[in-house]
Design a protein around this ligand. Structure first.
Ligand SMILES: [Zn+2]
Ligand SMILES: [Zn+2]
Length: 235
């Protein structure tokens, strides 16, 4: 049995194939689904789990993106239990703060601090557990994508201009040490060339000499440019 056949049997490979059959960046879709599944599993089963509560406490809750996503699920009880833990932790941190002496040379600008360093109060959501789950899933799917694009097992599905957004191409290249399988660069180059010409046409419509020309598919090219570069809007 070849490597490609082996890959096909793995669940991530199967899920990636399924996502590539749909519109838009497959990686964006898979990462988004991961977050939703993770939040559902958490809310329905794990809010009383001590290890989960410990993790939630240390990050002082979810990051803003995932906190608002969780609120939309209308799982008030789960949120009340989890945020109760974070709020008690915050109270404890604040009461400890009262005894600290004022430093002689304080950093007075919020811009000069880097990633919460030196902050007495941790930034809520830093180290968000849903972000961590997303990152793990993203890396797993990117590896499957790189393998599948290299051994040809994903060739029939890698054709749409938006199969993989540039943000995810960038992450794939980072994962493989600055390299991309030719198949991936090929589809991206094709998509970028097509988009570039549509954007030029769009700009041309604003030139009075060509203002009478009828509009074609270039009409939504600015929107497609954002989508191609960034993928699906992250919730
Ligand atoms: Zn993407
Ligand atoms: Zn998050």
């Amino acid at each position: 049995m070849g490597r490609a056949e082996n890959n096909k049997k793995s669940l991530p490979h199967f899920k990636l194939e399924e996502a590539l059959r749909q519109q838009g960046c497959a990686l964006c879709r898979l990462v988004e689904n991961t977050a939703q599944d993770y939040l559902e599993g958490l809310m329905y089963e794990l809010v009383n789990d001590p290890a989960v509560q410990e993790e939630f406490k240390s990050s002082l809750g979810f990051c803003d993106r995932h906190a608002y996503q969780a609120l939309k699920m209308r799982e008030g009880l789960g949120m009340a239990i989890l945020y109760g833990v974070a709020v008690r932790e915050m109270e404890k941190l604040l009461s400890g703060l009262a005894d600290n002496p004022k430093p002689q040379n304080p950093i007075t600008s919020v811009l000069s601090r880097s990633s919460g360093e030196g902050a007495t109060i941790p930034e809520p959501g830093e180290g968000c557990m849903v972000c961590a789950a997303e990152d793990k899933a993203e890396e797993r799917y990117l590896k499957v994508l790189l393998e599948g694009a290299e051994d040809g097992s994903l060739d029939s599905l890698l054709h749409g201009p938006e199969s993989v957004c540039v943000r995810h191409l960038s992450r794939a290249s980072a994962l493989s040490g600055g390299w991309l399988p030719p198949r991936l660069t090929e589809i991206a180059t094709h998509a970028l060339r097509d988009l570039g010409s549509d954007l030029e046409k769009y700009v041309r419509h604003n030139d009075y000499r060509f203002s009478e020309e009828p509009w074609g598919k270039e009409r939504d090219s600015p929107k497609r440019a954002v989508k191609l570069l960034l993928g699906r809007r992250r919730r």
